[in-house]
Design a protein. Structure first.
Length: 631
């Protein structure tokens, strides 16, 4: 893609003078976000200023009482206790999502001890401030627990706030990788946005059974051609070790977006857990946090997470998501994160950015490669350099490394420097594998991987990066279901013999917590293989596993809130048009209005679902973040 001519200077955004090197459409969206967010952002920054003042008084030991401090320091080792009382040195809170269920988080068991030791070397002290819940969507797919998945993000945010609520800390180190965990940690940390914060990941597992082979076994099993034992063996060969699952789903999209936002060390996203550089990155993050906390104590301007994340940083994250065909979950997560930082990011902003952002990667499910292949081909350093050079990302932003994205375009060297520290070098000038990573001048597609659809059924998000051109437009009769189990039963009964738009409704956040519907992917892919044109339309989610089947997801308003899906009937003709951005039910408006909406199924209980009634009753729509915090 060739970048557009240098734009005229847009109005000055909330963060200062615009960068005239930025693509005109990117500049326009960035300015629009800043302009519509002025009041919300000002209120947020006022809160940070108040918290910073409170913190300054605490540093002067005028805020917390002797009893407060004694409780907070009681369990510290004697040397650490002496330091924070007599000097005082920076105190860092560690918030971790470690558990043994998530392979991506299991390596984090030892991180707190490593971080504490490294911080002591730099005249700082750390406490494990709190653990947050972390569930594995891979375990709960198709199970009752999946109805807790999306809401777990807001629980993690609240847990992060509880961990940091003691007001003892001068910075936070956030340990998390996977789907709802990273957005939850970030939402919670933004409530303490006056503090500096760094994310510390664990990296992906080594590549196992290829994604292509795994998908093939899944499709064969869906047709009854492969027994359950063979399916289990294939899955365990794919997911076989500690570290993140290697396909480019929500977890790995999280990591790439955090790097694009400058919230972790450069090159940290995709170094494997057993790579010697992983431990170096963790220690280096602690070293950097000591410096940031001391800068904050000294009154440095823009010393906190909430000040670093401005409209330009948000745009950088979305552009990186689009350029890589990342997870559709982030159309909700990053809208909510923006609101937590005082910004109003919309689906229309994402759609506008997608129209000018070239697709530069082919990673599963949008190709056959995985994130280890991506990292070897040039990884984040190559990607960010290309996007910055094309004017599609903002360079003049705050990061945990300081001002600007320059270091994030440097590749992490394979070996340490002479002193044993991390070393960086220029990113390769050419991709190491053009079948999975390309320069902006020769993209896989001139547009990004996500689109917004709109019509009389509402608004929806669709991931088009893996959808073949011949499947991007479909007009066909609707087959209406209220659960994915019913769809699978219909597939097994051979009820899909002609082109169909499969409607799966009452899957939104108010109805049942908006579960992911991954179990539909093998069956619907088989229909495509049979030459049947098929599309999915749902108020539920498909997430990072959205692939070759066109899937209009996150339909808003959802059926349980009176959305159009509640009035669709079997046989109604529906058009899903990715090219025109439309989702239309071909039923006369008067006829549609005269129909009684289908009744929302009663919420299921058991497996903890009854504890989340308050979330279902108060959750906002998907297009504003599907959160209980923000409207």
């Amino acid at each position: 893609m060739t970048s557009e001519p240098r734009p005229p200077a847009p109005p000055i955004a909330s963060s200062g003078t615009p960068d005239l090197r930025v693509n005109v459409a990117v500049a326009r969206v960035t300015t629009a976000i800043a302009t519509r967010s002025q009041a919300r952002r000002a209120t947020y920054l006022e809160k940070l200023a108040s918290q910073r003042q409170h913190r300054a008084e605490r540093l002067a030991r005028q805020r917390l009482s002797a009893a407060n401090l004694a409780h907070g320091y009681a369990a510290l080792p004697s040397g650490d206790k002496l330091r924070v009382v007599s000097e005082p040195v920076p105190m860092i809170g560690i918030v971790s999502a470690y558990n043994d269920v998530l392979s991506a988080h299991q390596p984090m068991a030892e991180y707190p001890a490593v971080i504490k030791g490294e911080l002591r070397r730099h005249a700082a002290v750390a406490q494990f401030a709190g653990g947050v819940p972390a569930m594995c969507d891979g375990v709960t797919q198709g199970q009752p627990g999946m109805e807790l998945s999306l809401f777990s993000r807001d629980v993690i945010a609240m847990s992060t706030a509880v961990a940091l609520s003691h007001d003892l800390y001068d910075g936070a180190m956030l340990l998390g990788v996977c789907d709802k965990i990273v957005p939850g940690l970030l939402l919670g940390a933004l409530s303490f946005g006056h503090l500096p914060a760094i994310f510390v990941p664990a990296g992906p597992m080594p590549s196992g059974l290829s994604n292509k082979e795994k998908a093939s076994v899944r499709k064969q099993h869906a047709q009854g051609k492969v027994p359950a034992r063979a399916l289990l063996e294939a899955e365990m060969a794919a997911y076989h070790s500690e570290g993140t699952c290697t396909f480019y789903g929500t977890a790995n999209s999280n990591q790439l977006l955090l790097e694009a936002m400058g919230l972790m060390l450069p090159g940290a996203a995709f170094v494997q857990p057993n790579d010697s550089r992983r431990a170096q990155l963790t220690r280096a993050a602690a070293t950097r946090m000591a410096a940031l906390a001391k800068q904050a104590q000294a009154g440095r301007e823009k010393a906190g997470l909430g000040e670093w994340i401005d409209e330009r940083v948000l745009v950088n994250a979305i552009v990186a998501l689009l350029a890589t065909g990342g997870s559709t979950n982030h159309t909700m997560h990053w809208v909510a994160i923006a609101r937590a930082a005082g910004f109003e990011l919309t689906w229309q902003d994402i759609d506008a950015l997608s129209q000018v952002t070239p697709l530069l990667t082919r990673l599963y499910p949008n190709g056959d490669a995985n994130v280890n292949d991506f990292d070897r081909a040039g990884g984040t350093a190559f990607l960010f350099r290309e996007l910055l050079a094309a004017g599609l990302m903002h360079d003049d932003v705050e990061t945990v490394m300081g001002r600007g994205m320059a270091l994030y375009t440097q590749a992490l060297a394979a070996k340490a420097d002479a002193a044993g520290a991390l070393a960086y070098q220029p990113a390769p000038t050419q991709s190491g594998d053009a079948s999975l990573l390309r320069p902006a001048s020769a993209p896989f597609s001139a547009e990004g991987g996500l689109r917004v659809l709109a019509g009389n059924l509402g608004e929806a998000v669709i991931k088009v990066s893996a959808v073949a051109p011949e499947h991007r437009v479909i007009t066909a009769p609707a087959h209406v279901f209220d659960s994915q189990a019913d769809v699978i039963a219909a597939f097994k009964a051979n009820r899909f013999e002609r082109d169909a738009v499969v409607i799966v409704r009452f899957q939104g956040p108010r109805a049942c917590g908006m579960p992911e519907l991954h179990q539909l992917t093998p069956a619907l892919s088989v229909l495509l293989d049979r030459g049947i044109k098929v599309a999915l339309v749902t108020d539920g989610r498909m997430s990072g596993a959205s692939g070759r089947v066109p899937a209009a997801i996150h339909v808003t308003p959802e059926a349980a809130a009176g959305g159009g899906l509640a009035r669709v009937q079997d046989g109604d003709v529906v058009t899903l048009d990715c090219d025109r951005g439309t989702l239309r039910l071909h039923v006369d408006a008067d006829v549609l209005a005269g129909r009684n909406p289908a009744a929302t199924p009663a919420a299921e209980s058991g497996w903890g679902r009854e504890l989340f009634t308050v979330f279902r009753d108060n959750v906002a729509d998907a297009n504003v973040g599907a959160s209980v915090f923000f409207r």
